[in-house]
Ligand binder design. Structure first.
Ligand code: PGA
Length: 254
């Protein structure tokens, strides 16, 4: 069975004390995870070192970053490289979140470089894709998202693609309180898996976890996660509350 993943995306929230408290709260919930369930906490860079130490003994919990540089180490003031993150023990990095595409002008070309830097450092990219409402209104969402997958992931080989997690996040659902219906999520996840299968074969496509993101809360997570091709979620707002996030973790398929 594919890995079932509850991934938090804290974005640019919480001061040091708040971050530390939330990490403690989530830790102390002591949620039992099965061997194919995972929790990934994508937190601001500056808190990663402390968080990794805190969670060292916690099986199947991973501390992740929300971004990394396109380049390897060198004269790039203000940047953080995948190899630095690797040296701290980071195993996952969110790549291509729509906020980075929009506010930091990250193109598919840039995302390819970031994905490659992750893989070179044994880090799994959580690759985000998803359409704006205008595209869904024209019913072009399947083709649009398939093209994001083709453009950013089709240069990878059979082995590399197995080290990718995909997060489908319709932009109209992010932070809006409006989720995709579980059927809309399932339809898109099927479309993504079919796209992957065309290049990498059914067997490989079947092993790739595809998360849904966009206004997932503890009260809608079970319905969305119960769909066949939905392997968990990427959670923004609701991941900032330990009770909410725990409810979401508990909604993962066993
Ligand atoms: P949201 O954000 O859960 O607050 O909608 C999801 C995301 O942006 O990853």
């Amino acid at each position: 069975m594919r890995k079932q993943i509850a991934a938090a995306n804290w974005k640019m929230n919480l001061n040091a004390e708040e971050a530390s408290n939330l990490l403690d709260e989530i830790y102390s919930k002591s949620i039992e995870l099965s061997s194919n369930q995972m929790v990934v906490l994508s937190i601001p860079y500056i808190y990663i070192g402390e968080a990794i130490k805190k969670y060292k003994a916690k099986n199947n919990y991973f501390i992740a970053a929300q971004n990394c540089a396109t380049t390897t180490n060198g004269a790039y003031t203000g940047e953080i490289s995948a190899s630095m993150l690797h040296s701290l023990g980071v195993k996952y990095i969110i790549i291509g979140h729509s906020e980075r595409r929009e506010f930091h002008f990250e193109t598919n070309q840039i995302l390819i470089q970031k994905i490659d830097r992750c893989l070179e450092n044994n880090i799994t990219p959580i690759f985000c894709c998803g359409e704006k409402i205008e595209i869904r209104d024209k019913r072009e969402q399947n083709e649009f998202v398939a093209n994001q997958i083709i453009d950013c992931l089709f240069h990878l080989n059979q082995e590399q693609i197995k080290h990718i997690v995909i997060a489908y996040e319709p932009i109209w659902a992010i932070g809006t309180g409006k989720t995709a219906s579980s059927q809309e999520a399932e339809d898109m996840h099927k479309n993504i898996r079919l796209t992957l299968a065309q290049k990498f074969g059914d067997n490989v496509a079947d092993q790739i976890s595809i998360l849904y993101g966009g206004s997932v809360k503890s009260n809608n997570a079970s319905e969305i996660f119960s769909e066949n091709d939905v392997d968990g979620g990427l959670i923004g707002g609701a991941s900032l509350n330990a009770n909410e996030f725990s409810g979401i973790i508990n909604a993962l398929k066993k």
